[in-house]
Ligand binder design. Structure first.
Ligand code: GLY
Length: 562
């Protein structure tokens, strides 16, 4: 059923009409062809097919996102939101913000009980957790850079939803482990629940979703925000405690932001500005670690990891204090990434000693929960357009509520707000005033779709899922190539670590070097092991113009080739 092909050359893949043969391609090296890297082989193939039909990277990213909404329902979505960072062949840099917004009826204390205790169950599960979805708006906004009509780009997704596809072992396991959540958070029957357990190779057919996609194919963006789909979302809200209103859907707009651009060791980094914290955190971490020059050390050596962890600690303390939706708070990006500020921040760095988190930020409370979610699409076309999109429902399957009659999951993105100062969200991140809930506001994200340019040419297209671990994983992927001179595959698949100021723990993947762990413990770091961190999808163009595309080995992620 599932074949994993590791190859360093172009491979052809065959996907049968019934989508029952799934070939996973982990690495491709190719010249003069476009590549698509995503979390699912059928979604990567949907994007690659569009490239073969004459589309560019923008066409392909729309088709891939729509296909992910079908074949990767835990994070691919039309009921969530995302960010796109891109550059056109002519060098125009683009940042699209199609993050969800808080409904007009939302308030800062909407998840508090009478005693003022915040209830994270309500911000994470069911209809009250839902932010106004932005993904369909974002895809239509992307269309202005594309070549093909939307009606064509949505075809692969419709086909996959209509005919069904064979689920992978990972998908079967996830659907089984969430069965109770699906039953709890839905009044009506959904296709995601069966009487017996899901198993590898089972067909997942989504007729209601296919009909939704067909309506969008016929009537466009308006169908989602004002048509029958909007009506079905509103009806779903009324089945429980949902507060998304008709006006909220009608008023939703994607925002074109100014990409965050900064230099790192002769490279230009292009990343996502607020309301994602990703780009600013990445800039802070790269700039602070450059004060010690990582290239002097080995990747994952004690010295390198300590420097990076301390840069992460200071950056994430700033996340909690200063970062939020720039349309609601003063945008402090310029100050936060200035050398003057970062040098003063770095003064407390002490080699061979962990800096206490209380010394770099104002601690109110902390604890931690783990979750991985979100999904990344990295695309390069033969014309020179490069696109990095990270899109999300927030937690796995978002709110776990499926829109009755429309067949798609709604997000639980409201949990990315600071629902009460000091109360950690599902990623253990805390925040305060800057990221408090306000009607129409966009919740702070960690998504970090990023491009690295050298001499004005695209060198790296990168991004990953993983909640608050996203910026630190992108940080590691970039220094992996630039400082540690790793190849693309190693940069993506090397054991990773993560620190986020609070909780005061360094999380490492289970195969992280034990000698480094022991050294760090001696310096005062508390280490916690996690099975996996993130799923990095990375494309690197080398000096000979060979394109190296690598899909993360941690999941079913796969490369599609034009
Ligand atoms: N929902 C995860 C993020 O936006 O960072």
């Amino acid at each position: 059923m599932k074949k994993i092909l590791y190859a360093s050359f172009l491979l052809s893949i065959t996907v049968s009409a019934q989508y029952t043969d799934i070939n996973i391609i982990k690495e491709v090296k190719v010249k003069n062809k476009g590549v698509v890297v995503s979390a699912h082989p059928l979604a990567s193939e949907a994007g690659a097919k569009i490239l073969r039909q004459g589309g560019n990277a923008f066409d392909a990213v729309i088709a891939t996102q729509l296909a992910l909404a079908v074949v990767y329902p835990q994070a691919g979505n039309i009921g969530g939101g995302g960010f796109m960072v891109a550059t056109t062949a002519e060098g125009k840099k683009i940042a699209l913000d199609y993050r969800e917004t808080a409904p007009s009826k939302a308030s800062f204390d909407m998840y508090w009980d009478k005693e003022g205790n915040a209830n994270v169950d309500l911000s994470q599960n069911g209809r009250l957790a839902v932010g106004v979805p932005g993904s369909i708006s974002g895809m239509f906004e992307t269309l202005k850079y594309a070549k093909l009509p939307f009606s064509k780009l949505i075809e692969p997704a419709i086909d996959l939803a209509d005919k069904g596809f064979a689920i992978t072992e990972q998908e079967a396991g996830l659907l089984n482990s969430h069965k109770a959540d699906f039953l709890k958070n839905n009044k009506n029957k959904t296709v995601f629940v069966k009487d017996t357990d899901w198993k590898i190779g089972d067909l997942l057919i989504q007729k209601e979703l296919a009909e939704t996609l067909k309506r969008i194919q016929k009537s466009g963006e308006k169908e989602f925000y004002q048509g029958k789909t909007a009506d079905l979302i509103l009806a779903e809200m009324k089945l429980g405690n949902g507060i998304v209103q008709s006006q909220d859907l009608k008023n939703y707009k994607t925002k074109e932001r100014k990409p965050l651009v900064f230099d790192y060791k002769g490279h230009q980094i292009v990343s996502m500005p607020f309301p994602s914290s990703g780009g600013v955190l990445l800039a802070q971490m790269l700039k602070m670690s450059a004060y010690e020059d990582l290239s002097k050390y080995q990747q994952n050596s004690t010295e390198a990891v300590q420097i990076m962890v301390e840069a992460e600690r200071r950056a994430y303390a700033d996340r909690a204090e200063y970062m939020g939706d720039p349309d609601f708070i003063q945008d402090k990006t310029a100050m936060l990434i200035s050398d003057e500020y970062l040098k003063s921040r770095w003064k407390s760095y002490s080699p061979k000693l962990a800096t206490p988190s209380k010394d770099v930020g104002n601690i109110i409370n902390s604890n931690r929960k783990e979750s991985t979610e979100t999904t990344q699409v990295s695309i390069l076309d033969k014309f020179g357009n490069a696109v990095s999109v990270t899109t999300t429902l927030n937690g796995l399957y978002g709110s776990k509520t499926v829109v009755s009659g429309a067949g798609f999951f709604l997000n639980n993105e409201m949990d990315d707000f600071s629902i009460k100062p000091g109360v950690p969200n599902m990623f253990g991140a805390v925040g305060g005033e800057a990221n408090k809930i306000e009607p129409g506001k966009r919740m702070l994200s960690s998504m970090t779709p990023t491009l690295v340019l050298k001499d004005n040419k695209v060198k790296i297209v990168v991004g990953t899922p993983g909640g608050t671990t996203i910026p630190t994983s992108v940080f590691q992927a970039i220094v992996g190539v630039i400082d540690f001179k790793q190849n693309t595959n190693f940069s993506v698949n090397a054991p990773k670590f993560h620190h986020q100021w609070l909780p005061e723990i360094v999380t490492v993947e289970k195969n992280f070097p034990s000698a480094t762990i022991k050294d760090l413990e001696k310096m005062g770091y508390k280490i916690d092991k996690r099975s996996q961190i993130g799923r990095t999808e990375m494309i690197l163009i080398d000096d000979n113009k060979t394109v190296h595309a690598v899909a993360d080995g941690r999941g079913d992620d796969s490369v599609g080739v034009e």
